[in-house]
Ligand binder design. Structure first.
Ligand code: FAD
Length: 304
């Protein structure tokens, strides 16, 4: 509930304007956000991406945004992604771009999101760049999966995220396994009702391992997106991480120590980077899913 409240506060238009106009609060919060966000502009993301690539990491880059209900804003977001792909392509950065479909039109109607996605997929395909669609609240799952399926048949460089906590995912995976796109497996970040989702538990971790095993056995490209050390140890024991089609992906600033350690064992390790003016929303998401981050944020703010 606290997590949901925090997300609602972050999405509130008045809070947003207040933060943006406050010459004292804005720089302080931005300082705290920089633990998790590369910065406000594309160049910030590209610069850190290049640094990480030179150290042997793969990267995934997102321009932050979600639930955009204004068509003009969706077009702007889509154009920003096109420019990002163009710039990555011009540097031969054959990496990944990630986004929410609700950032590029799903909140208006599915066709808008689909048409924008096709534009992005075509451009990304020209440069050998992969697109990963994030998964949002369960009320949107059907629409997101429909758009994904139509697109990946034409552009296999488009992948999808699957939330293990949703009960429906064990059925969805049976179908998704027949589509070419990469599947990123996550536990699930959204608060869902007990009728549709499992909460964090041993049972959830077992479901994670089970779904992952199915993908590995089918030789399907997969991204393991978790920071759960115990779960990762179990995957190592089962030799899942050595598989050529498997990579492990973590959010920037969450467990760099753990990811570095995994990279030293020569597993494919990817860092999920974000940039954009909506960084405070992203900061609130990270605090909501792990409240200890609030202490880190406060420490970052007062640290000279
Ligand atoms: P948890 O059980 O939540 O946490 C395990 C341990 O990891 C914690 O005890 C802690 O030590 C550490 N940890 C976890 N989160 C944090 C944090 N914020 N700060 C500090 N430490 C932390 N979710 C979606 O619903 N849709 C998506 O499209 C989506 N895309 C994602 C893409 C990537 C690359 C990643 C890594 C996650 C994504 N998520 C997405 C979020 C995901 O669903 C989880 O909410 C998130 O990864 C936390 O779960 P966990 O697997 O790390 O394990």
């Amino acid at each position: 509930q606290v997590a949901q409240a925090l997300k609602s506060i972050a999405r509130n238009q008045q809070v947003k304007s207040y933060i943006q106009q406050s010459s004292e609060l804005y720089p302080l919060l931005l300082k705290a956000a920089k633990r998790f966000v590369t910065g406000e502009n594309k160049q910030d993301g590209i610069e850190i991406a290049n640094e990480l690539i030179s150290k042997g990491y793969l990267i995934s880059l997102e321009y932050i945004g979600e639930n955009t209900a204004d068509l003009g804003e969706c077009i702007k977001a889509k154009d920003e992604f096109l420019n990002l792909i163009e710039e990555m392509g011009s540097m031969s950065m054959k990496q990944t771009v990630s986004f929410d479909l609700s950032h590029i039109g799903l909140s208006i109607d599915p066709d808008t999101a689909y048409n924008h996605l096709l534009e992005l997929a075509k451009k990304a395909d020209q440069y050998g760049i992969t697109l990963m669609i994030s998964m949002e609240e369960s009320s949107k799952t059907n629409k997101i999966l429909d758009i994904y399926k139509k697109t990946t048949e034409q552009y296999p460089n488009v992948g999808i995220t699957l939330q293990v906590h949703l009960y429906r995912s064990s059925g969805d995976i049976q179908e998704l396994i027949h589509y070419p796109g990469k599947i990123r497996i996550v536990k699930g970040a959204y608060q869902e009702s007990v009728e549709v989702a499992l909460s964090r538990s041993k049972e959830l971790n077992n479901r994670y391992l089970n779904l992952l095993e199915q993908l590995i056995e089918a030789n399907h490209p997969v991204s393991i997106a978790t920071h759960d050390e115990i779960l990762i140890q179990e995957m190592e024991q089962r030799q899942f991480l050595k598989h050529p089609n498997v990579e492990i992906e973590m959010l920037y600033g969450i467990r760099p120590d753990l990811l570095k350690d995994l990279k030293s064992k020569e597993y494919k390790c990817k860092v999920y980077l974000t940039y954009g003016q909506e960084w405070y929303l992203y900061l609130c998401h990270r605090i909501a899913e792990y409240p200890e981050n609030l202490y880190r944020a406060v420490t970052d703010m007062i640290d000279p």
